[in-house]
Every structure is written in structure tokens, then in C-alpha cells.
Design a binder for this molecule. Structure first.
Ligand code: SF4
Length: 371
């Protein structure tokens, strides 16, 4: 073992000790919190983000791919909205469009607008957007190793954001970085600040990515599959961390995921996307207990459940439609066991099942029996 490997091994061994200690501390803290009433998150009626009829397409040699086709939703202050759906349904493109990260060309926001408070993000220049990105709105990506710069220490990466976006001097930026490492549960922050990403485990690296995203105290956090690259125990810790941070800071979260387990843990509302559209949106309870769209029902039926021992999973047969030439009718027609003649030709209107629950499906139309 060379000197570098020895160093790395020592670092990981120390980290294991730290993590064990940290877990113990967290358990003690959790118990104390329960005893002293855990801080609850507060969702305000103020809309912080409003996406209205967003259309995003990409030009390719084969034609134009219509990745997002009329997405609309609001996000309230302190709320977590999960956007779920299969790969290629347009959920990540939607989040990138909100964040101003669609490369234009080949991408194009062909219609619609994104409002963040009173700012229209879709009308801003790159320079104007840079003032918002990382300060008012932050993003967490899937893979913490690629999100971090391997050549810079954690401290340098944390302090960079503070010094770029605020007037803080080096000492103030360091204090802020230490406070963030404590907030995300990194033990020995003074020592850890001087270390490089490779000296941390996957879970710790994702905590650091979250710390970097939160260091300028954004009001909106967009998390794109933030736990996909982590194993399940670390996943649970990171999800708890999101909940704690939201209760402490009041940050609003848009969570992009295909994992309904993650959604069940932390979402307040859920938007189900299919073929570039939101086909159903509602509170977590509405989507999990009374799903109305056959696609949402199919998604829920295809998730393994511990209470259904011996039952076979029911996959959704078929594949999503070609977004080079999206269907004029309901995009789920080819896979839907309840499809009717009209579904193939006319896109279903939106039906409001409650103040919070909306669904796009002809089955909800009052004339469905006679169609
Ligand atoms: Fe199925 Fe028709 Fe409803 Fe689409 S509109 S989900 S095809 S029943």
C-alpha cells in the first residue's frame, strides 16, 4: 500500500468512526427532538414558483423532439413537490428549464413561462440568470462525485459560492462553510474542510453537495434524483436531512425522481409526468390512495409492497410514444387497458377531482359512459 492509499484508508477509517458517532449523535438528537417536539415544517399559501404552459423542444438531425409539452404547476413556500415518471418523460428537462440550464441551441423553450416570485426566469439573459442561480435557486444533481470538483478541497468549494455571491470576506465565508457542514451533519467540520471529495464516502459527499447548494440560503431547491446513486440506508439519512433542513430554513423543494419510496417519504404534493405532460397532480394522499389516471395506477401497481407477499408485480406493458411525433390524443392510449375511441384522437381535458387533485383522462369526463 503506497502513502496515498494509506492516507485514503486512514481517512475512510476515521470517517467510519465519525459516521458511527454521528449516527449515535443523530439518534440522541432525534430522541431529544421527539421529546421536545420536533420542529415542523410550515407551508405557506404564497406561491414561490409558477410554471405556466412550458414547452421545451430539442432540434436533432432526425427532427424536433418535443420533450416538454405544456407543463403547468405552482409551488408554495416551504412545500415539496415531487415530479415523478419514467425515464424520458420530461421531468429533468422541466427542472433544467426552471434553472435556465437548457442549452439553446439545440434546446428551445418554445412557449410558456417560468415565474420565480416576481421574476420571469424564461425572459432573463444568461447574466441575469447567473445572479439567481446558486443564490435564490439551487440545484442538487444525482451523482455527488461528478457534482464536486476533485481538485479542490471541500472548504474551497463551499466558500467559493459565498464569496462569489455575497460580500463576505474569507473569515466570514469560512464560518459560513463550517455552519453548513454542521447543518448537514458532517462531524469534525474544521478538519473536514481541508479534505478533498475522494476522502469522503458517497453519503458524506451527497451531504456536502447539499451544503454547497444551501450555503447562499436559496428559497428554492431543485433536487434531480438526489438519492439514486446512494445505497438505501444512506438514502434514508439524506431524505431525513432534507426534511430537517426544510423545517429549519423553510426552503421550497422540487424533487425529481422515479422512486415512489422517496416520494412517499418527503413529498407534500406529487405531479405525475408522462410523454412530456403532467397527466395527474395532487397531494401525496390523493395520488397514493385515490390515483385516477391509469398510468398513475400502473406506476403504483408496479412498486414492490411488503404487505403483498407472493403477489406478482404488474409492469406497465409497452413503451412511451415517440416524442418526435407525439400523438394528438392521449399519449397513454397505446398502453392503456381502458382506452376508448376518443382517446386516440382528442387529448383529454383536465378534470378537477378536488381543489388540489387534477387529472387528464377521458374516463373522468361525465360523458365517458356514452362516448
Ligand atoms: Fe386511458 Fe383514454 Fe384515459 Fe388516456 S384518456 S388514460 S387512453 S382512458
Amino acid at each position: 500500500m503506497n502513502e496515498h492509499q494509506l492516507d485514503h484508508a486512514k481517512g475512510l477509517a476515521r470517517e467510519k468512526r465519525d459516521e458511527a458517532g454521528n449516527n449515535q449523535n443523530q439518534q440522541v438528537a432525534a430522541t431529544t427532538q421527539t421529546a421536545n417536539t420536533k420542529k415542523k415544517k410550515v407551508i405557506s399559501s404564497d406561491v414561490i414558483l409558477s410554471v405556466d404552459n412550458l414547452h421545451v423542444s430539442f432540434s436533432t438531425y432526425g427532427g424536433s423532439v418535443q420533450a416538454v409539452r405544456g407543463v403547468s404547476f405552482d409551488l408554495h413556500k416551504g412545500e415539496t413537490l415531487a415530479i415523478v415518471g419514467e425515464s424520458g418523460c420530461g421531468k429533468s428537462v422541466t427542472s433544467n428549464a426552471i434553472m435556465g440550464l437548457i442549452p439553446q441551441p439545440p434546446g428551445r423553450i418554445s412557449a410558456g413561462k417560468v415565474m420565480f416570485k416576481d421574476m420571469e426566469l424564461t425572459k432573463m439573459t444568461k447574466k441575469e440568470l447567473r445572479k439567481v442561480q446558486g443564490v435564490d435557486i439551487s440545484m442538487i444533481f444525482q451523482d455527488p462525485m461528478t457534482a464536486l470538483n476533485p481538485t479542490l478541497t471541500i472548504g474551497e468549494q463551499l466558500m467559493e459560492g459565498v464569496r462569489t455571491h455575497t460580500n463576505a470576506n474569507k473569515a466570514e465565508a469560512k464560518q459560513k462553510a463550517l455552519a453548513m457542514l454542521r447543518l448537514v451533519g458532517i462531524p469534525n467540520p474544521e478538519e473536514r474542510l481541508k479534505q478533498y471529495p475522494h476522502q469522503f464516502s458517497g453519503g458524506m459527499r451527497q451531504r456536502i453537495v447539499i451544503a454547497i447548494a444551501l450555503i447562499c440560503e436559496p428559497e428554492l431547491l431543485i433536487a434531480d434524483e438526489p438519492t439514486t446513486a446512494l445505497d438505501v440506508t444512506i438514502q434514508a439519512q439524506i431524505l431525513e436531512l432534507f426534511e430537517e433542513i426544510q423545517a429549519k430554513t423553510g426552503v421550497s423543494i422540487v424533487l425529481i425522481t422515479h422512486d415512489l419510496g422517496v416520494v412517499a417519504k418527503i413529498a407534500d404534493r406529487i405531479a405525475v409526468m408522462y410523454a412530456g405532460k403532467i397527466i395527474e397532480i395532487g397531494t401525496k394522499r390523493e395520488i397514493f390512495y385515490t390515483p385516477q389516471h391509469p398510468y398513475t395506477q400502473g406506476l403504483l401497481n408496479s412498486v414492490p409492497r411488503l404487505d403483498l407477499v407472493g403477489e406478482e408485480l404488474q409492469p406497465i406493458e409497452g413503451t412511451p410514444p415517440d416524442l418526435f411525433a407525439p400523438p394528438t390524443g392521449c399519449p397513454f392510449t397505446a398502453r392503456c387497458p381502458f382506452a376508448m375511441e376518443v382517446c386516440d384522437h382528442v387529448h383529454p381535458a383536465t378534470t378537477a377531482k378536488s381543489f388540489t387533485h387534477r387529472v387528464d383522462c377521458w374516463l373522468q369526463d361525465e360523458r365517458a359512459q356514452t362516448v
